[in-house]
Write a new protein. Structure first.
Length: 478
């Protein structure tokens, strides 16, 4: 009778409330264990147990439902990845939300808040309390958060009297005041803001075949509706080939926020993209030649006056590729994905801007990621993984990784001139999140939190795009 009472209490859900403090389970999962047929089948078995076994049966049921309660809690917004032991939290609350592209700054200067895209606007996440605040409503796209003031720079499309116009504005996250900055011309796109927030950087594209839907492409933070991997890959691969072949005239431009003056430099027929200002040098811009990586010399820097145009990585092998470049937090180093050759040998390569010194860290095929990143102190790297259809063709690549870099010791004892040689090293890897349920049509775009305690990423593992963070320290065992 004791166990029968327990079963009855379970059936009414009171057991969960009183013993574990769990308000409720998801109906589908709970109903699968609380249907009357479950109790009709189990109760006769229990009542036939010897008296001395009642307590063991009761404990077994208690353990079972406690595990169920923990599993239900784990599947919501805060859980311990059972395969890695790291805590994962969902930062966003609205389906269709995403953290920013991996090399764009989403953080306020104090490191306490972070902007994310929402399904219809921009939200801000308090990284200390995890509170989410919607700060802009409407179909807008984030450019980045200013390093100096913390203003949120964004683009917005407005249609008036049948005419589509695009504007660049800035929002103060504290006062919520929006400051209009620039009305874009056809073919003009703003991609970045410099370190002291005196300049916007972008591109002009000259073409006479504009279509209704490609007037503006929205940049790297355009929304990624969930779609099949194969369709997305097929469209992107062919689009890259087609766009490169067009050879539209393009040039870089810099817009002075104080005077409204525009400077245009580097006119060419290369496909210019992925603009990033140095986080510390307001006059240094990095950009790339877009297209299939094996068909372009990708990574370049230039000064804002148009001087010192420089190719950062010169290939030495046929089918060697480099890309998905990003600055270190101190602005001293440019890091990038390097493959020698494509799809066979994998590195995260670094170029020290002041000295030209090069450092290459080797990694395994399964550790390759669509994007890599580096912590603010330069002591940790990350990979956001990839599936078996991507360039690495990794059989077990769907993981988020934390890398601990180790340089190969130089034992030449001064007998070899090493000044102009590449310093090599390796990554000691640690798995952070099992991404088996993630569709890599949406790239996770991992980035370190300012306090270097979390890796922030976006994922559709729940069935909807959301922003997440995984704690770098493994969870403590109870």
């Amino acid at each position: 009778m004791v166990l029968a009472s327990i079963l009855a209490a379970l059936h009414e859900r009171e057991f969960v409330n009183e013993l574990f403090g769990i308000a409720s389970f998801g109906d589908a999962r709970w109903r699968s264990f609380t249907k009357p047929i479950f109790f009709r089948r189990v109760q006769p078995f229990i009542t036939e147990l010897p008296m001395k076994s009642y307590c063991f049966a009761a404990l077994a049921f208690a353990s079972f439902f406690k595990a169920l309660a923990q599993a239900e809690t784990n599947s919501a917004t805060d859980w311990i990845d059972p395969d890695t032991g790291h805590r994962v939290v969902q930062l966003s609350t609205e389906p269709g939300s995403e953290s920013l592209y991996f090399n764009l700054n989403p953080f306020t200067p104090d490191g306490k808040r972070m902007v994310i895209t929402a399904s219809n606007g921009i939200s801000m996440v308090n990284l200390e309390t995890r509170a989410v605040e919607k700060i802009i409503e409407g179909r807008v796209h984030i450019i980045m958060v200013g390093h100096k003031t913390g203003k949120i720079y964004f683009g917005e499309t407005k249609i008036a009297q049948g005419v589509t116009n695009r504007f660049i504005s800035a929002l103060d996250p504290n006062t919520k005041v929006v400051e209009p900055i620039l009305k874009l011309k056809r073919g003009q796109e703003v991609s970045t803001v410099n370190a002291d927030e005196t300049l916007l950087g972008g591109t002009f594209t000259e073409r006479d075949d504009w279509g209704t839907n490609n007037f503006f492409n929205g940049g790297p933070n355009r929304r990624n509706d969930i779609q099949s991997q194969q369709v997305q890959r097929g469209k992107k691969g062919q689009m890259m080939e087609d766009r490169l072949a067009k050879r539209y005239p393009m040039e870089l431009f810099f817009y002075n926020l104080a005077t409204g003056a525009t400077t245009q430099v580097n006119r060419c027929t290369d496909w210019l993209g992925h603009l990033q200002f140095s986080p510390t040098d307001p006059k240094l811009l990095m950009f790339c030649h877009e297209g299939p990586w094996h068909k372009v010399d990708r990574i370049w820097t230039i000064r804002t006056d148009g001087s010192e145009l420089k190719l950062i990585h010169q290939r030495t092998l046929v089918m060697e590729i480099a890309g998905h470049e990003f600055f270190s937090a101190d602005g001293k180093t440019i890091w990038y994905d390097l493959q020698t050759p494509r799809g066979e040998n994998f590195w995260v390569a670094g170029y020290e801007i002041a000295s030209g010194k090069r450092t290459w860290y080797h990694l395994q095929r399964d550790e390759w990621g669509v994007h890599f990143n580096v912590s603010a102190d330069g002591n940790l790297f990350s990979s956001d993984g990839g599936d078996d259809k991507m360039v690495a063709h990794a059989d077990h690549g769907k993981w988020l990784y934390l890398f601990h870099p180790e340089l190969i010791e130089d034992k030449s004892a001064g007998n070899v001139e090493t000044k102009n040689l590449i310093q090599t090293g390796v990554f000691r890897s640690e798995r952070l999140v099992n991404m088996a349920k993630h569709d890599y049509a949406l790239e996770p775009n991992g980035m370190f939190s300012p306090d270097m305690k979390w890796l922030i990423f976006r994922s559709n593992m729940s069935g909807a795009n959301q922003a997440y963070a995984v704690e770098l320290e493994p969870a403590k065992k109870n």
